[in-house]
Design a protein around this ligand. Structure first.
Ligand SMILES: [Zn+2]
Ligand SMILES: [Zn+2]
Length: 382
């Protein structure tokens, strides 16, 4: 048997497919690569992992290893693969396969200095009627706008950006280090120009070279009918201008609905309660009532019970998709008179007598509306 188990080193099963082996190596190489993690024990492990991949990714070498020969063993069981090092080991191929040829010369060039601006979140408080029917509002918020003086260039009038002398405009600088791999060239964004390849020598006085300035902006916004608390409206491309005149981010308007003194909103329906005296519930009555659409007359039929709901169809908020409106629901709460004076008490006793209710038996029924049935309903049982 070979001294080292390459399957174990890569953390794959003996029957792993080529693809699984490649994935396992890619994952380990990312975390152990000397550019990421230069510490010596990690480098040793990286070497080990790469050897394991070299063997298991090659059909012949893998078969040999499966038969008990280690292609990398010092005794050289495996036809001239040689030791790990400069000679014979196709390290560059592997590196290129995984790190996109990020070796000397393959520079990416200067970075784009124009970047997209940030998106802004703006909260706007609205009354119920405004969310129900829609409204046009002036919204003021801080943002970044294009510098009018330099038109986003960031340079003072009559001057231009100068090619960075540290990187000669390439935007990146390279450094050669020695490691177990031999010489390794690493490439990083140029620190002097932040990878942009050019620098501003005379910055614009108004934006200090940023190409944009901070400003408070007021904008008219059309809020559609039917929005509710938490609804977000995206105004694409109306957020901050990016550095150096980059494209604008977005504005996200978040609706905050102020509570209404009477109506509670559930979806697009509105709910409220009307409390009426027992006599009105028994005899019937009419009330004037302020809806979102104005004053309306509400008729209470004679003999209305507590808990009865009067529905005014189409008096809720508009649906956001424009398909109509929700309803307005008024729940009736009948108030039983408390303290009675002598005359009232006598009248009520007389009334009870006339109704044959002077010795009321009370009516018991199986749990309707009681605690148990409410619990049952809440849990969805029948
Ligand atoms: Zn400027
Ligand atoms: Zn530079």
């Amino acid at each position: 048997m070979a001294a080292r188990d390459y399957y174990e080193i890569l953390g794959v099963r003996r029957d792993a497919t080529k693809d699984e082996i490649k994935k396992a190596y890619r994952r380990l190489a990312r975390e152990l690569h000397p550019d990421v993690n230069p510490d010596p024990t990690t480098q040793e492990r990286f070497k080990e992992v790469t050897q394991a991949y070299e063997v298991l990714s090659d059909e012949n070498k893998r078969r040999m290893f499966d038969m008990g020969h280690d292609p990398f063993a010092p005794s050289g069981g495996g036809g001239g693969a040689g030791g790990f090092g400069a000679a014979g080991f196709p390290f560059d191929d592997i590196m290129n396969a995984f790190f996109g040829g990020g070796q000397p010369g393959g520079g990416r060039g200067p970075r784009d200095r124009v970047r997209r601006g940030r998106s802004i979140k703006v909260r706007i408080e609205l009354d119920l009627a405004e969310t129900a029917f829609g409204v046009t509002k002036d919204v003021t918020f801080p943002t970044a706008v294009l510098c009018a003086t330099c038109q986003g260039e960031g340079t003072a009038k009559g001057t231009h950006r100068r090619t960075c002398d540290m990187c000669q405009g390439r935007g990146e600088v390279s450094q050669v280090t020695r490691s177990f791999l031999g010489q390794v060239m690493t490439t990083r964004p140029c620190p002097q120009c932040a990878g942009q390849g050019s620098v501003i020598t005379d910055p614009c006085a108004d934006c200090a070279g940023e190409g944009r300035v901070r400003e408070k902006v007021t904008r008219k916004v059309q809020i559609p009918a039917g929005v509710e608390d938490g609804t977000q409206i995206q105004l694409a491309g109306e957020g901050e201008v990016g550095p150096n005149g980059g494209p604008r981010g977005d504005i996200f308007l978040e609706i905050v609905q102020r509570p209404h003194p009477i109506f509670e909103r559930r979806g697009d329906d509105l709910h409220c309660t009307i409390t009426v005296p027992m006599t009105a519930a028994a005899l019937g009555a009419s009330f004037t009532f302020e809806t979102l659409d104005g004053t309306e007359e509400i008729d209470l039929r004679p003999g209305t019970n507590s808990g009865h709901v009067i529905t005014l169809g189409g008096r809720g908020t508009r649906h956001l998709d424009g398909s109509g409106r929700g309803d307005l629901m008024i729940q009736v709460d009948v108030e039983t008179p408390g303290r009675l004076d002598e005359e009232q008490e006598n009248l009520l006793r007389k009334f009870a007598e006339l109704r044959g209710e002077d010795h009321p038996p009370g009516k018991f029924s199986p749990g309707h509306g009681g605690l148990f049935s409410r619990l049952r309903d809440a849990f969805g049982a029948r």
